[in-house]
Design a protein around this ligand. Structure first.
Ligand code: NAP
Length: 295
């Protein structure tokens, strides 16, 4: 077992990405309250200052920057001698009809949601393998198990994260390393506001403009109407849970000697993932019915 020995107790170390808000911030607090050494990271250090005041170690880390990843992992290994748990939390939702989303935006989505966790995983694995211990927890989503119209790019990124996590779990099992997926349904965070910003933009008078960075074909206007309602996607949805509920599940997984492969925090998530068992024809029929009512 790795981790520094403090007063007879083994103090474990966790590295968490995307701690400026929502699930990442709540997760940093949950681990800190349990006595872990927490390296809370964010793109902008000012956003995590309060976590520093609460006792977390802070580091600047943009998951799309390999140099940031290497610098932070090296620093933690220097200071603590161990990284017992990595929580790949940083992520955002790029929504939009497949035809309207420019390739650059698809790339950006995968750079954060898929390549980011991959960069961090590759950086911590040599150490975890040496220790023959460690847990990697990837924040996926119900959207990593069930895809839906206008969610194709985001769902694609989370499906990719799920596939890579399943492969990794089998690859590193023999080194005593656990790989866990946490699959929330809607969570009350900034996620939906950020997702909206990637699709529609408001002008100075608060009026929604066409320009959200998508290439609007004009074929899917009903979708954009839905997006003007911020609550439509993510956080404000039916059955939304608090980020602390997700953090609790992440901490449970990290603390378990034999964690499950997947955790779904909250009822909506547990029901949502069952959507993958619905036959394709029935799911398509359901989406067609919803489209009829919204257009
Ligand atoms: P959030 O409040 O918007 O937090 C997202 C975090 O990711 C922020 O700290 C953001 O930092 C960070 N981030 C984005 N791009 C980054 C980058 N390039 N490098 C480092 N950090 C970056 O949303 P959240 O709900 O807590 O989301 C956390 C995770 O949960 C995401 O992976 C999301 O896909 C997943 N999830 C959320 C929901 C939901 O309904 N909220 C449901 C299922 C899964 P900045 O402040 O710097 O942008």
């Amino acid at each position: 077992m790795s981790g520094a020995v403090v007063g007879g107790d083994v103090q474990k170390t966790v590295l968490i990405t995307g701690c400026s808000s929502g699930i990442g911030r709540a997760t940093a607090r949950a681990f800190n309250d349990e006595g872990w050494t927490v390296y809370a990271t964010a793109r902008n250090p000012a956003d995590i200052q309060t976590l520093g005041e609460e006792g977390c170690e802070l580091a600047t880390l943009d998951v799309t920057e390999q140099d940031d990843v290497d610098r932070v992992v090296d620093r933690i290994l220097d200071e603590e001698g161990a990284i017992d748990c990595l929580v790949n939390n940083a992520g955002y939702g790029q929504f939009g009809p497949i035809e309207d989303v420019p390739v650059e935006k698809v790339h950006d989505q995968f750079d954060v949601n898929v390549y980011g966790p991959h960069r961090l995983t590759r950086a911590v694995l040599p150490h975890m393998r040496r220790e023959r211990d460690g847990t990697i927890i990837n924040l996926s989503s119900v959207a990593g198990r069930v895809s839906f119209p206008t969610g194709g790019v985001y769902c694609g990124s989370k499906f990719a994260l799920e596939a890579m996590s399943d492969a990794l779990r089998a690859e590193v099992d023999e080194y005593g390393i656990d790989v866990v997926l946490v699959e929330p349904g809607p969570v009350k965070t900034d996620f939906s506001a950020r997702a909206r910003d990637e699709v529609v933009t408001d002008d100075e008078d608060g009026e929604t403009t066409d320009d959200g960075g998508l290439d609007r074909s004009g074929a899917y206007e009903a979708f954009y109407d839905i997006f003007e309602d911020t609550e439509a996607i993510g956080g404000g949805g039916v059955g939304a849970v608090e980020p602390e509920r997700v953090a609790e599940e992440v901490l449970n997984a990290a603390s378990s000697t034999k964690p499950n492969a997947r955790y779904q925090p909250g009822l909506a998530a547990r029901i949502g993932v069952l959507g993958r068992f619905v036959p394709d024809w029935l799911r398509d029929k359901g989406f067609a019915t919803i489209r009829k009512f919204t257009s």
